[in-house]
Design a protein around this ligand. Structure first.
Ligand code: F0G
Length: 351
């Protein structure tokens, strides 16, 4: 029988029955790697990156999607639908393909990173690009799923949150405790809620003695929770979190407050600065939205937060390869010469 490692490891915390499919693409069980330079520069005791980039479709969405699609199939559904800034559509279409059911993805036209559109395309989703925002797309798919037998697999589906909370379990299992601070990008706000659920469930069952402070970061041009009101025209280079009216707004604010944490904003320049540093100083290639967690931690330190003696984990939510346009737009040491050893030597600046 096919093995699903997340179900095997965390069955007691998941809504699994004998009829739930165990089909898996190898999601979860991602590495927690120690920072090479940044952690000590910020004065932290330890800084770790949770590399959710190493999930099968390159983002954290797979942890929740394996379960959401398995439960959809268990209930007899033959199609799933989502609104997406890209990663949810990549994941939903992959797991729909695995289960042999249909997927529909509704995305803001022209605002999806190239790699994510490629993923949904190759997995055979019906891709509907709307002339509107993610928030418009979410409204539309909620409306459609009330009228048609198609399962909604956005994070308003509780199975998504239950699957995603396993990342918090893995962090505690590996460290032996919860970190002092968990830094995470916030878009539709499902993931910050999922992590908080995971940490609190682990604490209440005695598997963790402490809880982290949740530090969420939105992009400054798409920061409704920080501003306290929805944003009708969200704009940011971090297209994954280009969201003006998050579905899990209230639950995210509860996670922030119950954990004595914060949700703050970071500018596109700060995001790109962290994106660059992660790639050049840590060897970690993530997409811009993921760098928001690190940009936020750097900003807090610059604004005087005392991080000494603390352990922080930054969640690196999606792989850099998904967004080649952003990667190639940064200044690079790149030249083209004729196929001649002398010219190559010259270009290497060895003389
Ligand atoms: N990081 C990445 C790479 C994402 O794709 C998303 C969300 C987030 C962070 C924020 O997570 O929404 O749970 O607060 N992407 C969704 C999508 C909206 O459609 O792929 P969140």
């Amino acid at each position: 029988m096919q093995q699903n490692h997340l179900i095997e490891k965390y069955a007691e915390f998941l809504p699994i029955t004998a009829d739930t499919s165990r089909k898996s693409l190898g999601e979860g069980l991602t590495p927690l790697v120690q920072s090479n330079r940044l952690g000590s520069e910020l004065g932290l005791k330890s800084l770790y990156f949770k590399l959710e980039t190493l999930n099968p479709t390159g983002s954290f969405k797979d942890r929740g999607m394996f379960l959401a699609v398995a439960k959809a199939v268990e209930s007899g559904s033959e199609a799933v639908i989502c609104a997406s800034t890209g990663n949810t559509s990549a994941s939903a279409s992959a797991y729909a393909a695995l289960h042999g059911i249909k997927s529909f993805v509704v995305v803001p036209s022209g605002k999806i990173a190239l790699g994510k559109l490629a993923q949904a395309t190759v997995h055979g989703a019906t891709i509907i690009q709307i002339q509107g925002s993610f928030d418009d797309a979410l409204q539309i798919v909620r409306d459609i799923t009330e009228r048609f037998p198609v399962t909604l697999v956005n994070s308003v589906n509780p199975h998504r949150i239950d699957g995603q909370k396993t990342a918090a379990f893995e962090i505690v299992d590996e460290l032996g405790y919860s970190p002092d601070i968990l830094c995470i990008p916030v878009g539709n706000a499902g993931n910050i809620v999922a992590y908080w659920k995971g940490f609190t469930e682990y604490q209440s069952t005695g598997k963790a003695s402490n809880l982290p402070r949740m530090w969420g970061f939105q992009a400054a041009g798409a920061a409704p929770i920080v501003l306290g009101h929805s944003v009708s025209n969200p704009e940011t280079i971090a297209t994954a979190i280009r969201i003006g009216n998050p579905a899990s707004w209230t639950a995210a604010v509860n996670a922030r407050d119950q954990s004595n944490g914060q949700i703050e904003s970071v500018t596109d320049d700060e995001i790109l600065g962290a994106y660059h540093r992660l790639a050049r100083e840590e060897g970690v290639f993530c997409e811009p939205a993921s760098a928001a967690s690190v940009a936020g931690l750097i900003k807090q330190s610059q604004q005087g937060a005392n991080l000494s003696q603390l352990t922080a984990v930054c969640v690196i939510t999606g792989h850099g390869l998904k967004d080649p346009d952003t990667a190639l737009s940064i200044e690079a040491d790149r030249v083209e010469v004729a196929a001649d050893a002398l010219l190559v030597e010259e270009a290497m600046n060895l003389h």
